[in-house]
Design a protein around this ligand. Structure first.
Ligand code: CO
Length: 633
């Protein structure tokens, strides 16, 4: 089958190279410039509908360019055949941290005589044995207000030997603040007095000799896989969707449809994790600034892993490669970046009848996943498609907890002592999913309304004779301010996105419900700097009318932003969000109180949500699943 390039496909290496060439030849991209971000310029829903009818659409990239000479940020839309479509200066925006800037900043700090001498005072003679990270400043800059500069700061660790886990040896009280415009070290914080913890934290097999082994487990599909990939379009079971990728968000899914007995029914237009912010809840000098926006301040997709068959992914795997442009405009392909496979997921359903007849179906799910490494942490994004018509997202968190040093047995609140003098501060990982749903809509969008459903008991009386009866209360969320909601497990709260114009066989509006999973609520105070900058995290649910320009819940450029951007700002307009083409934003995450068992590498923690059909189908789509093997009924 011929593979057609679709307007929503990720930008290929060849396309990115043309875009970069045009940036240089047409827009004077030169030595004073860096590429801060590249995104697919996604066509609108109506343009996509025309594309399906055979009209051509010019694919394009939206490139954010940083001018180092004045820190100006400019967005340039360039078609993949090298035509400049538009350019626009983004007033007041600060570019995210770029990999090359991190490297230059670290080199500048390592060469600074004040740092060298501060390290010597701590017994470290060889600056090469120090590992530094560059962290966003979080707008929390002591001694002077944010004066407009782009700054980073550098937590550091000692690495006694090249392969040692350096997070076991944090260097307390020593940081540099670097101006990214000229890589000058603006300030050095040096508060000696805390010893470097000495207990090693080995985790490599070559160091631990890990010997607990099981017999091999092989997943083999002798007749091949049950899915088909055409370019970036996936069809599996009754599902159809497109796989996308963006240097900012990483894995993105587009145009999700389900084949309901021959009728293709749309469920979502675009699904992504639009932001991930990690506020640290420790106020010691090495921690209080740690509140990175891994998506908006670092560009999470840039750090996508190349996955290994049999290790990251087990079974009959199909991979997709992706391409990214680095700040200098060099294009790099990440092979095996997106993993797709089927996996057995236990039983889908079962019943033993009174006559002894047993019906049981094994469930299988389709998995699309990718993993990123940002400094100490790994994040896996896993989307699951199920045979009951549901979709689940699961974030897998692993890697190494961030560490700091304090006196052995210190009265240090907000952190766990993992080994003598080695502390892991409390923190939260807060994700924001942008769910551009089109429940039973069409190519142009959908008319949807969000309903909040709570369960409750009436007082004892005619509607609750014995005290055990309970009811549900449905509230339509009609405007943006009304639609800012929090979870409430005590009333079994869920949210249902209905299409009031499409009725099921019982005359009820068809819908999909969002079922919250394990989650958290921010512990930072709303008036704190991080509370202001990540204002979206104080509600689990937001609903906005569909606007393709509203993609990121903390705004397009959260780096050192003073706060208030994104969802809190847009929703002040209190736009109508019922009976319209809407976007659901779901905020979820984990509250990480580190355990000693999270050291030296944290076993996977999970958080996510489930989208389940709710009155969408006449009956369970699982009924149509044939038994396999045939002896299961
Ligand atoms: Co954590």
């Amino acid at each position: 089958m011929e593979t057609q390039v679709h307007p929503l496909d990720p930008l290929s290496k060849a396309e990115l190279e043309v875009v970069v060439a045009a940036l240089k030849s047409e827009l004077g991209f030169g030595r004073q410039h860096l590429i801060a971000m590249v995104q697919v310029e996604e066509p609108s829903k109506s343009e996509l509908a025309k594309f399906k009818l055979g009209e051509s659409i010019k694919r394009a990239a939206r490139v954010t360019v940083l001018d180092k000479s004045n820190c100006e940020v400019k967005e340039c839309v360039i078609s993949v055949d090298g035509v400049v479509v538009s350019t626009k200066v983004i007033e007041g925006a600060k570019a995210p941290i770029l990999s090359i800037e991190s490297a230059l900043a670290i080199a500048a700090v390592k060469a600074d005589p004040r740092i060298i001498s501060a390290l010597e005072k701590r017994g470290i003679d060889d600056v090469a044995s120090v590992q530094m990270e560059t962290w966003s400043i979080g707008a929390q800059i002591p001694h002077h207000l944010d004066d407009g500069r782009r700054l980073i700061w550098t937590p550091m660790w000692w690495q006694p030997e090249p392969q040692a886990n350096f997070y076991a040896h944090p260097i307390a009280g020593l940081h540099a603040i670097v101006d990214l415009a000229d890589f000058s070290v603006v300030e050095i914080e040096d508060n000696p007095g805390i010893a470097i913890p000495q207990t090693p934290g080995p985790y490599r097999e070559s160091q631990t000799g890990a010997s607990v082994a099981l017999k091999p487990l092989t997943i083999h599909q002798p007749e091949g896989v049950s899915f088909a990939l055409n370019g970036h379009h996936v069809s599996w079971e009754r599902w159809n969707f497109r796989v996308g990728f963006c240097q900012r968000e990483g894995l993105v899914l587009h145009e999700v449809w389900f084949d309901d007995d021959g009728a293709l029914r749309k469920i979502a237009h675009r699904l992504s994790i639009a932001e991930l912010v990690i506020p640290y809840g420790d106020q010691s000098q090495g921690s209080y600034r740690k509140n990175a926006f891994d998506t908006g301040e670092f560009g999470l997709g840039n750090y996508t892993n190349s996955l290994t068959l049999g290790c990251d992914c087990l079974g009959e795997i199909v991979y997709l490669d992706v391409a990214v442009a680095n700040p200098l405009g060099e294009v790099r392909e990440i092979s095996n970046a997106i993993c797709m496979h089927e996996e057995d997921f236990g039983i889908l359903w079962k019943h033993t009848d009174v006559d002894g007849n047993v019906e049981v179906r094994r469930g299988r799910r389709f998995v699309v996943s990718s993993i990123v490494t940002i400094n100490n942490y790994e994040y896996g994004y896993f989307w699951y498609f199920y045979q009951d018509g549901s979709i689940e997202f699961e974030a897998k968190l692993t890697g190494i907890v961030l560490t700091l040093a304090d006196h052995v047995g210190a009265d240090h609140h907000s952190a766990t002592e993992l080994e003598p003098g080695l502390w892991a501060p409390y923190h939260q990982h807060i994700f924001c999913a942008r769910l551009d749903l089109d429940v039973d809509g069409d190519d142009e969008g959908s008319t949807n309304t969000v309903i909040e459903v709570d369960s409750f008991a009436h007082e004892i009386g005619p509607r609750n004779l014995y005290g055990g009866a309970y009811d549900t209360k449905e509230t339509a969320l009609r405007t943006e301010l009304q639609a800012q909601r929090v979870i409430d497990p005590m009333v079994g709260r869920f949210w249902k996105v209905i299409n009031p114009n499409k009725r099921n066989h019982m005359g009820k509006a068809v819908g999909y419900k969002l079922v919250p999973g394990h989650t958290t609520y921010p512990l930072s105070l709303p008036e704190s700097v991080i509370g202001q900058r990540a204002g979206f995290m104080f509600k689990h649910l937001w609903v906005t009318p569909h606007q393709s320009s509203e993609k990121f819940p903390a705004g397009d450029y959260p780096y050192q932003h003073a706060g208030g951007a994104g969802l809190p700002e847009w929703t002040k307009a209190d736009r109508q969000v019922h009976d319209t083409d809407l976007v659901l934003w779901y905020v979820f995450g984990t509250n990480h109180i580190p355990r000693t068992e999270d050291w030296p590498v944290m076993p996977v923690e999970r958080t996510g949500f489930h989208l389940k059909p709710s009155g969408f189908f006449r009956r369970s789509p699982g009924i149509d699943v044939a038994s396999s093997p045939k002896s299961c009924h």
